[in-house]
Design a protein around this ligand. Structure first.
Ligand SMILES: C[S@@+](CC[C@H](N)C(=O)[O-])C[C@H]1O[C@@H](n2cnc3c(N)ncnc32)[C@H](O)[C@@H]1O
Length: 271
């Protein structure tokens, strides 16, 4: 893959360097064992879509929905990042028309990455999450742009309302660089393990030193917040009003070695 930030930055649009780094980390993580299609609502000239195109394999499809699709701009964007010739399906329509335009039965839980960056209104983001629930895989991710942005309050309140009304559809995994990252409840531990274990180093490798705030646990909204690196907090920080618990994720062994051996015996002998 020949993708670089400089190539993405040459495409007009709204996608920033920090999100670029985080997307690459999470898409690299998915590359290990998640297969599926990619989907974006709100494409503009293909800036964020160029990253998705770069990660789209030959046996996968990239769906792009926008009220207006500028095909030549998208061609140029994908050529610019060395991702020409991907399986692309464009839908030039508001996202509200997607359920009528797509074969939802065939697409049932086939998408591994869905980026919602379109209208940013309450009704739109709510129905886009309803669509996401139909098509996103159990190990997939949904990314909502402008999450917690003061510009679009309803974008956040209605996404949260969706979660409250549908607690088994998605959980909030992370809030980072103006976006919310959601996964299926059953995949939260897997993504959280990666965030606790490998993400800091991976972000650093993409020139994005970061601080991952883990300010609560599974008894609560078990999400992390990710910011640019803050020296006083370090790369992973716990509750900022309880400094003695900072780095709590560094010592988060739930089981002692003895407990692992005990469990090995239990599994071996079946009791
Ligand atoms: C912020 S731009 C997307 C930026 C793009 N993701 C990038 O990386 O530069 C928002 C896009 O959403 C589109 N849009 C607005 N309302 C929409 C809707 N209801 N359905 C689909 N697309 C919509 C606009 O036409 C615009 O191209």
């Amino acid at each position: 893959m020949t993708l670089t930030w400089q190539k993405v930055d040459a495409i007009p649009g709204w996608f920033g360097a920090h999100s670029y780094a985080l997307w690459r980390c999470l898409l690299d993580f998915q590359a290990e064992n998640v297969r599926g299609d990619l989907f974006e609502i709100g494409v503009w000239r293909g800036r964020s879509a160029s990253v998705l195109a770069s990660y789209c394999r030959n046996d996968e499809t990239l769906y792009l929905c926008d009220i207006q699709v500028d095909a030549s701009a998208l061609d140029a964007a994908f050529e610019g990042v060395g991702a020409k010739g991907r399986n692309i399906v464009t839908i030039a329509a508001p996202s509200s028309e997607l359920p009528a335009r797509l074969d939802l039965r065939a697409m049932h839980q086939t998408v591994r990455w869905m980026h919602i960056d379109g209208e940013h209104t309450g009704p739109a983001v709510y129905s886009e999450l309803e669509l996401a629930n139909r098509i996103v895989r159990s190990d997939g991710l949904v990314v909502v742009d402008d999450f917690f942005s003061p510009r679009y309050p309803a974008n956040t309140t209605e996404a949260v309302r969706y979660l409250e009304k549908n607690p088994f559809h998605f959980r909030l995994l992370a809030v980072a660089f103006n976006r919310g990252y959601f996964c299926r409840p059953e995949s939260l531990p897997r993504y959280m393990d990666y965030i606790a274990g490998g993400l800091s180093r991976a972000l650093q490798a993409y020139d994005c030193p970061s601080t991952i705030f883990k300010t609560t646990g599974p008894w609560d909204t078990d999400a992390v917040g990710i910011t640019s690196f803050m020296a006083e907090a370090g790369s992973i920080a716990g509750p900022d009003n309880q400094p003695h618990r900072w780095h709590m994720m560094g010592v988060r062994n739930v089981w002692s070695p003895w407990r692992h051996i005990q469990n090995g015996f239990r599994m071996f002998f079946g009791r």
